[in-house]
Design a protein around this ligand. Structure first.
Ligand SMILES: [Zn+2]
Length: 177
């Protein structure tokens, strides 16, 4: 998959940030981060979310209900339903991926007395016929997953960089004035 230069810079910056924050305890339950980059006609999203927020557990699923919830979350994150783009922009999903990490029963157990975290990552790539129409988008994660109290969206577009904090009452990300 071709990665845009803008996304590369954004990911490099957020990797550095994540490294800094991790030392202070990065993984925040109920809080997800989305890095968004628009480069010409390519719009990319990279999501990181804790298990507690998307689901209500961070351990191997204990029964069929939890197993189904985990599978449903991965499918939903992968199919792009958590993003709504303006029809006028003519975007189509060109690739996507989603994974659950740390829910595996065979993963190494945490040292005694420590909590092991688990979470999700996902990427979406869209090709947009009219990227100038991408003035505002809707990221529906807090509505789809009520356990997510806050979703931080870091965006890089030809209009510059911005940071939006979404909550169940505000799902909109403004990308252009
Ligand atoms: Zn955790």
């Amino acid at each position: 998959m071709k990665r845009s230069a803008a996304l590369f810079l954004l990911l490099a910056a957020s990797a550095a940030q994540a490294h800094d924050v991790r030392q202070l305890g990065a993984h925040v339950h109920g809080q997800a981060t989305v890095d968004l980059a628009l480069d010409q006609q390519t719009l990319e999203f990279a999501l990181q979310a804790p298990g507690i927020g998307i689901l209500d557990f961070e351990r191997p699923s204990a029964n069929a209900t939890e197993q189904a919830a985990l599978a449903r979350a991965v499918a939903l994150l992968k199919d792009g339903r958590w993003v709504t783009l303006p029809t006028a922009a003519g975007c189509r999903l060109s690739s996507s991926d989603a994974k659950a990490e740390g829910f595996d029963a065979t993963a190494t157990p945490p040292p005694a007395g420590q909590h092991r975290h688990a979470g999700f990552s996902a990427t979406l790539q869209y090709h947009c016929a009219k990227p100038a129409e991408l003035r505002a988008i809707v990221v529906r994660l807090p509505a789809l997953f009520p356990g997510l109290h806050e979703v931080i969206v870091n965006s890089v577009t030809p209009h510059g960089q911005s940071r939006s904090v979404l909550t169940p009452g505000n799902l909109r990300v403004v990308l252009a004035p």
